[in-house]
Design a protein around this ligand. Structure first.
Ligand code: 5GP
Length: 170
């Protein structure tokens, strides 16, 4: 067990408060990154007071392994135009940062009014590229984690907490 359900829910509420404060009077588009960010997104938007729109993108990532390939491919794009909109990328975890760096450049190219990133888990010591993170839930150690949307081989996403996967289970 790394982060309990209670710790996560408290943190998500704090992140929502910060977003409420920063985006007062605006209607940002939250862009969740499938599939890992679905649980975080669902909890986050329900704690927000400001009106928001919700979109999802899917990019290729780890498959069943635990190491980043650095290869990022769009599997599902946004449903609407985002030019001139305030965008907030909602990510479950940033590891090497390669996925996020790619997403940020892709969305920036669509001329949004602003672009920020909200990430629940930051494995800061694993970073391989410079990416800006505006809202960070927890900085975590370098371990493969599961739960609260994060999977291993498609499993464990439903856990309400975040745990470190026992290497013997890999
Ligand atoms: P990055 O491109 O930053 O190396 O990796 C980002 C993606 O890799 C995340 O969106 C997530 O899908 C996956 N990932 C990175 N670290 C972990 C981890 O510890 N556990 C799980 N389940 N996925 C991870």
């Amino acid at each position: 067990m790394l982060l309990t359900e209670e710790m996560i829910q408290e943190k998500v509420a704090a992140l929502a408060q910060a977003i409420d404060r920063d985006y007062s009077g605006r209607v940002p588009v939250l862009v969740g990154v499938l599939t890992g960010a679905t649980i975080f997104m669902a909890d986050l938007i329900r704690k927000l007071q400001i009106p928001v729109e919700m979109e999802f993108m899917a990019v290729s990532s780890y498959g069943a392994g635990t190491e980043s390939t650095g290869v990022v491919r769009i599997l599902k794009d946004l449903n609407s135009e985002v030019t001139g909109r305030d965008l907030i990328i909602v990510e479950d975890i940033v590891d090497s940062g390669l996925t996020l760096a790619y997403l940020q450049s892709l969305l920036r190219a669509r001329d949004p009014a602003s672009l920020r990133t909200c990430v629940l888990l930051d494995k800061a010591e694993r970073r391989e590229t410079d990416v800006a993170l505006d809202y960070i839930g927890f900085t975590i150690p370098n371990a493969f984690v599961i739960g609260y949307g994060l999977d291993y081989g498609g499993l464990y996403r439903q856990l309400p907490f975040v745990g470190i996967l026992d290497p013997s289970a890999i």
